[in-house]
Each structure stands twice: as structure tokens, then as C-alpha cells.
Design a protein around this ligand. Structure first.
Ligand code: ADP
Ligand code: ADP
Length: 231
């Protein structure tokens, strides 16, 4: 099992006040799945994303990533796993504005100390997959929002991660660009990439194969998408 969460709880302490953001979430996600995590504001989506993405630790419960219990790992070990196992796609793209598309995509490989020639080859391949071979020397502000998100997707897949973790990936995009991004996700998933995506937009969630719905820190629905949108 790629992602295995068991009875995950997360409590935030604000002085004397405690907020239980996750109240015992159990969730298994297998290789090749395409999961949308949905739910109203405050239901715990970001908290769950941060835990799955190894950006935050649960207060209680077990998280196994590819069979490895990660709750007990050090911050350095988590950072190492994060860079190699998880490809992040954010609402705000999070590209470095001084660097062109190619250099942005090479960045995770630079952290991983991959030799420059291999970095270049793999970055070019990733940019080809997202259809940006003709924009590799453009800087983010010379690209449209949809194109910037495609650069971010190329950056996310270039380390061959176990899964893509996308947080409102179309939140800053118009409808046409959103569809463009959903087409790329579909194509990546068809090619075997596991995708976990948080969205509050039902139309976007309906591109996934499975919907996990949170409410008040608990999973209240976990079902296959019957009216799935495909391309
Ligand atoms: P969502 O992403 O679905 O909007 P969140 O995971 O952000 O939900 O929030 C779940 C609950 O946890 C909310 O009640 C929120 O106010 C609380 N919360 C989230 N992050 C923090 C934090 N850093 N400190 C305190 N409370 C938090
Ligand atoms: P961000 O979106 O936070 O600005 P960057 O663009 O700096 O991230 O980095 C891209 C990728 O490299 C992300 O997958 C991120 O997790 C990873 N990364 C960022 N900083 C480090 C670091 N110091 N060590 C290892 N990996 C990192």
C-alpha cells in the first residue's frame, strides 16, 4: 500500500484552546489511484494534506508510506522522503521567479545532487510531457497561469515520486486552463502516476476516480466517481 493512514488525529493547541482538526482518519491509497479529497472549509483537508505530504506530523495514529512508518522519522529523514517520494503541486504554483522553466524543473534534482547532464535530460523530458518544450527558457512571469502550473507539474514529476499531491491545483486558473491541467492529470494517471488532489470544486473532483469527503475532521464519504469526467 502506498499510503496507509490509521486513526490519524491532529490537535492544534492555541494557548489553552485545543482544536481537533482530524478526529481519527483511516485511509488507504494504492498505486495508480486518482483521489480527490473534498469537504467544506475547516473540515481538515489542509491538515490531512500536510500530514500525507510529510509537512506536518499527526498527534496520534500511524502513517505508513510504501510500508515505512513515517511518524517516528526525524525532520531530516522526512525532508529526504518528501523530495524523493512526493511531487507537490500548489494553487499558487510556487515557482522561483528568477529562474526559467527549465531551471525550476531542475531544482528538486539539484537538491537530490543529481548530475547536471541527467538533470537537464530529465527536466526536458518532464517539460515535454506537460507540453511545454517550446517554453523552456521562459521565466514564470512570461508564462500564462496554466503554463506556470504545467511547469510546476513538470517539477513535481521529475523525481519520479510515488504520488502527486495537488492542493487546489486549479484554484488560480480560468476554466480553459483548469481543463488543460485536468487533461494532464488524466494523462499522467493513465500512465500510472498516483494522484491525490484537494479541491473544493465538484467539477474538478469529478475528474478523479475516487472521492474522499471530510467533515469536521472525519471521513464521511469514500466512493468511486460514477459520472467521472475523462478526456
Ligand atoms: P480545510 O483545509 O478543510 O479548510 P483545515 O485543515 O485548514 O481545514 O482546518 C481544520 C481545523 O483546524 C479548523 O478548525 C482550523 O481552524 C484548524 N486549524 C488548521 N490549522 C491550524 C493551526 N495551524 N492552528 C490552529 N488551528 C488550526
Ligand atoms: P517551494 O514550492 O516551497 O518554493 P521549491 O520550488 O523551493 O519549493 O522546491 C521544489 C521542490 O524541492 C519541492 O518538492 C520541495 O519539497 C523541494 N525542496 C525545497 N527545498 C528543499 C530543501 N531544502 N531540501 C530538499 N528539498 C527541498
Amino acid at each position: 500500500m502506498m499510503v496507509e493512514l490509521e486513526r490519524i488525529k491532529k490537535v492544534y493547541s492555541l494557548g489553552k484552546v485545543q482544536v481537533e482538526a482530524l478526529k481519527g482518519v483511516s485511509l488507504k491509497i494504492d498505486k495508480g489511484e486518482y483521489v480527490a479529497i473534498v469537504g467544506p472549509s475547516g473540515s481538515g483537508k489542509s491538515t490531512l494534506m500536510n500530514i500525507i505530504g510529510l509537512l506536518d506530523r499527526p498527534t496520534a495514529g500511524s502513517y505508513k508510506l510504501n510500508g515505512v512508518e513515517v511518524s517516528t522519522l526525524s525532520d531530516d529523514q522526512l525532508a529526504y522522503l518528501r523530495n524523493r517520494q512526493i511531487g507537490f503541486v500548489f494553487q499558487s504554483f510556487n515557482l522561483l521567479h528568477r529562474l526559467n522553466a527549465l531551471a525550476n524543473v531542475e531544482l528538486p534534482m539539484l537538491y537530490a545532487k543529481i548530475p547536471s547532464r541527467e538533470r537537464r535530460e530529465r527536466a526536458l523530458k518532464a517539460l515535454e510531457i506537460v507540453g511545454l518544450s517550446d517554453r523552456i527558457y521562459h521565466k514564470p512571469n512570461e508564462l500564462s497561469g496554466g503554463q506556470q502550473q504545467r511547469v510546476a507539474i513538470a517539477r513535481a514529476i521529475v523525481m519520479n515520486p510515488s504520488f502527486l499531491l495537488a492542493d487546489e491545483p486549479t484554484g488560480n486558473l480560468d476554466t480553459a486552463s483548469s481543463i488543460e491541467i485536468m487533461k494532464i492529470f488524466h494523462q499522467l494517471n493513465e500512465a500510472g502516476t498516483t494522484i491525490i488532489m484537494v479541491t473544493h470544486e465538484q467539477d474538478i473532483a469529478n475528474h478523479a476516480k475516487r472521492i474522499v469527503r471530510l467533515r469536521d475532521g472525519l471521513i464521511v464519504e469514500d466512493s468511486l466517481v460514477s459520472n467521472r469526467i475523462t478526456y
